[in-house]
Ligand binder design. Structure first.
Ligand SMILES: *Cc1c(COP(=O)(O)O)cnc(C)c1O
Length: 389
């Protein structure tokens, strides 16, 4: 099939039909696969044959899901994981050696930050941090040991934006691998490989599933790097389950329409909050007031579905707001059909010290809203009622 538009590829890019000519992809709930004879088995294990052996290595459903993401991100290859964190951990663990150095934005997902600060130092892998809003801090941090430049854009939870093209140039100049966690954007909104990323990571749990059902993760990018990550994973076992892969493949068929609507709702909610008397500050990439609005417009098709807000009155007011919501869910997920509100300082980023939280842009009163697919006037009504209580 010649290359089609994003929506068409997402729907039509599927595995070959079985002899039953099913229209919807079947679920291959099998741990292993059968060989014709001893020679077939030998050739399969020696990789002379490209085929499924055991579902820890590959499975038709995980391959279908991975292939869809590879296509969407414009990558060469990919590998799917049980969770986003398995994808993040396996990428670093497969590619780094003891003594290697990471340069990362300070504001990254809470568990990623914990890997950098608590676990990687055990293997003599150190991380230096730059302020996401001050990319001039990056180059002075680079040493001869630096191997990976790492960032998220938009960030979680502050929805800060960094210029991916600039990161691509810095990585190229210093021969670093540029790894981008593209979870908040999805490939529908932004494709970091176009700007020079070597690898792109997703928590598929978020907008990719989009319906709050399954956990999943995926890494896509350059084939030689993905092969290292695959070999590491094949031996350490963080594989995505075929069932979750089957759910995620179906979800990707509707990614474009869902993300369009999520972003349309989010922009309306953000604009509403910006003029609200009880709100101190609103950050949303496609509001002109966002400090990196121009960069967001340059590299993103839409603004995403996450809004960061500061309720007037700090921590106390933020908690009162959460308690007064009647419809919006208090939950740890994001990118669901249901609007979800969280308080990062006391939940997702609670393992950071208060200095680390502030440095990562997480103020005590910061509230993160993941705007869902309910009718936007109902979302706005619930938020307004809770703020005015
Ligand atoms: C949720 C998330 C992760 C981790 O994904 P899990 O599927 O929960 O393991 C990593 N990065 C970002 C930006 C996330 O939002």
């Amino acid at each position: 099939m010649s290359e089609k538009n994003f929506e068409t590829e997402a729907i039509r890019n599927q595995m070959e039909r079985s002899q039953f000519q099913e229209h919807s992809t079947p679920l291959y709930l099998t741990s292993s696969f059968v060989f014709e004879d001893a020679e077939d088995m030998r050739a399969s294990f020696s990789e002379e044959k490209d085929r499924n052996i055991y579902s820890r290595f590959s499975n038709p459903n995980t391959t279908e899901f991975t292939d869809k993401v590879v296509q969407m991100e414009g990558a060469e290859a990919g590998y799917a994981f049980a969770t986003g964190m398995a994808a993040v951990f396996s990428t670093f663990a497969a590619l780094l050696n003891s003594g290697d150095h990471i340069v990362s934005a300070r504001s990254v997902f809470g568990s990623t930050h914990t890997l950098f600060t608590k676990y990687f130092p055990k293997w003599n892998i150190e991380t230096s941090y730059f302020d996401i809003n001050n990319p001039s801090e990056i180059e002075p941090l680079i040493t001869p040991s630096t191997k990976i430049l790492y960032a998220e854009s938009p960030t979680n939870p502050g929805v800060d934006i960094i210029d991916l093209e600039l990161l691509g140039k810095i990585a190229k100049k210093h021969h670093l691998l540029l790894v981008i966690d593209n979870c908040f954007a999805t490939p529908y909104i932004q494709q970091p490989i176009k700007f020079g990323a070597d690898l792109v990571i997703h928590s598929a749990t978020k907008l990719m599933d989009g319906q709050g059902r399954v956990l999943g993760g995926v890494v896509v990018g350059k084939a030689d790097l993905v092969r290292e990550i695959y070999l590491f994973s094949r031996n350490t076992g963080p594989a995505l389950s075929p069932f979750n892969a089957w759910v995620l493949s179906k979800s990707l068929e509707t990614l474009a329409v869902r993300v369009e609507k999520h972003c349309e709702n989010a922009l309306k909610v953000a604009a509403f909050l910006e003029s609200h008397e009880k709100i101190e500050k609103v950050k949303y990439p496609f509001l002109i007031s966002h400090p990196q609005y121009e960069i967001a417009k340059k590299q993103m098709k839409l603004g995403g579905n996450v809004i960061a807000v500061e309720v007037k009155g700090g921590l106390e007011a933020g908690r009162n707001f959460l308690n007064a919501l009647k419809m919006c869910s208090l939950s740890a997920n994001l990118g669901d059909t249901r609007t979800i509100v969280t308080h990062p300082a006391s939940t997702t980023h609670s393992k950071l010290s208060s200095e680390e939280q502030l440095a990562a842009g997480i103020t005590p009163g910061l509230v993160r809203i993941s705007v869902g697919l309910e009718h936007v006037s109902d979302i706005i009504q619930d938020i307004d009622d809770a703020l005015m209580l």
